[in-house]
Design a protein around this ligand. Structure first.
Ligand code: SF4
Length: 506
């Protein structure tokens, strides 16, 4: 089997999903090969011969090897300006390289002038004309090399791990190519985005003639079944990154991504797509998580461990304190009373924690209660202080325009951020999207958000009239302009954001 991570996703760490699937398949004697077509494709786009027609592009092209090397050099992360220039210049090269295809490829996304990843008709069109995709010269050479032979036997099944919207059009271009050139192969797609599509109410598969199997949720058992293996009750195995080009990622050392659970142990926030999709919480037993992380760290010597969980469980946090990891680590956690305890935070720091991503969403208690966040603002304030005192960076997530929010409430969020500016390292600002399958979508007057059959969100009429336009105006003209907020936002690593932020916390 060949498992592919398609372009475009941030090329800073190897893809965790296919690394886990390949380990499971191999443990059952099924030969499996991995292809990070995202990383390889982006490098191809950067390095192909190009002609620049403006000063910035000429400078970006000339300095490309130095900039790519800089992004892999820990020294660069001591100078945010040097880092930002390298990122923006590398990104410029990708934009220049992809524009003749009507596409805008960046280090974090894929846009197209005519095709939308939210429309199944556009994805089918991308499959019909793979040669119109900017990665075509890369994958039309690379795929035959891999598909003709795998460990002495021909590949029978090709799987795509489709997690982000920025990967959708390229995934379908690659599928179209494989269908034309290797019509006998079985094609499977899974991953977070496919799961969300399939959880949409009234989902009908528009890709039947093109894709053999779509998989919602964890792919291990369905893939084993495809090879005639009953995967229920299978042994736990850690992900296997060894065959991926670990030195080629754009980070100052190997980042080890690891998922200790799927779903979320809290699973109650009213706005949460994870909850709306009904994804169940499946934690890996904490002892096995620690064994995996110790073994993988000893073998692979990561510069950073990225815990991918929606929220690291309290049990895992406590065990990490008892068994510190051999490399620095970061991930999403929830605001909880334990984190307000200065001793707990110091112990967490000793365990290797360099940064926590925390979803506060709002600085208004009434909004938090209505969102069922389970957060008391007084406790959140103490958490931020304890983390700062312990030297753990905070990447804070805020959400504006929820049905519970009003303009005065949004202003209270601004006041909260200003009051805690010394404790907030980085900020992510998002505007609320109503999940199409959430229970809230029935409670508000909704209308199709995008003209798109695959959209995961729906428009809604805000009960207080605090609509997206007003929220956007508030963010641009007031929130972002506040000097305290502006100085936090300036720290955000461009394009790589939270993925590179831990390297700026030390
Ligand atoms: S903590 Fe995060 S993942 Fe969990 S329910 Fe809330 S928003 Fe969803």
């Amino acid at each position: 089997m060949l498992l592919i991570s398609p372009p475009v996703a941030k090329p800073c760490e190897p893809p965790a999903g296919i690394a886990l699937l390949s380990a499971v398949l191999r443990a059952h004697g099924i030969p499996c090969r991995l292809l990070d077509a995202n990383l390889e494709g982006l490098i191809y786009l950067m390095e192909r011969p190009l002609i620049a027609d403006d000063t910035w592009s000429r400078r970006a092209l000339k300095n490309l090897p130095a900039n790519v090397a800089a992004l892999r050099d820990p020294q660069t992360y001591r100078s945010p300006d040097r880092y930002a220039r390298a990122v923006r210049d590398v990104n410029r090269v990708l934009a220049v390289s992809s524009r003749e295809y009507g596409a805008v490829v960046s280090l974090a996304d894929y846009g197209h002038s005519r095709l939308s990843p939210l429309r199944s008709a556009d994805l089918l069109l991308a499959a019909e004309h793979p040669d119109r995709n900017p990665f075509y010269p890369y994958f039309s050479k690379r795929l035959p090399e891999l598909l003709d032979n795998l460990d002495g036997g021909a590949v029978r099944v090709v799987g795509f791990s489709l997690n982000y919207l920025g990967q959708a059009l390229c995934t379908f271009a690659m599928i179209g190519y494989i269908r034309q050139r290797f019509p006998g192969l079985t094609i499977v797609i899974g991953g977070g985005l496919v799961t969300s599509w399939m959880k949409r109410p009234g989902w009908r598969n528009p890709f039947g003639g093109l894709v053999d199997h779509l998989v919602a949720g964890p792919g291990e058992v369905p893939l084993l079944k495809l090879f005639g293996v009953d995967g229920a009750g299978r042994q736990h195995v850690p992900p296997d990154y060894a065959t991926l080009p670990l030195d080629a990622y754009l980070s100052p050392g190997f980042i080890l991504p690891y998922s200790a659970a799927s779903g979320c142990y809290w699973n109650d926030c009213s706005f949460c797509p994870e909850r709306a999709e009904g994804n169940r919480y499946h934690p890996v037993p904490v002892g096995e998580v620690l064994d995996d992380l110790q073994t993988l760290s000893a073998e692979m010597r990561p510069a950073l461990i990225h815990l991918l969980d929606n929220a690291i469980s309290p049990a895992l946090l406590r065990r990490l304190i008892d068994t510190p990891l051999p490399a620095p680590w970061y991930g999403f956690a929830r605001f909880r009373e334990e984190l307000a305890d200065a001793d707990f935070c110091r112990a967490l720091k000793r365990s290797g924690c360099v940064m926590l991503k925390l979803g506060l969403e709002s600085g208004d208690q009434g909004v938090l209660d209505r969102l069922r966040k389970g957060i008391d603002l007084g406790m959140a304030s103490r958490v931020l202080t304890s983390l700062r005192e312990a030297g753990i960076g905070v990447y804070l997530y805020l959400l504006f325009g929820t049905p519970a929010e009003t303009e005065p409430a949004a202003r209270r969020t601004l006041e909260f951020v200003v009051r805690h500016r010394e404790s907030i390292g980085f900020l992510n600002l998002a505007i609320f999207n109503m999940p199409v399958c959430g229970d809230d979508s029935a409670a508000y007057e909704t209308e199709p958000f995008y003209e798109a059959d695959l959209s995961l969100y729906t428009g809604f009429r805000h009960p207080q009239g605090w609509d997206r336009k007003q929220v956007r105006r508030f963010l641009t003209s007031e929130f972002r302009r506040d000097p305290a907020v502006a100085s936090i936002l300036r720290r955000d690593p461009p394009l790589f954001t939270s993925n590179h932020a831990p390297f700026f916390t030390r």
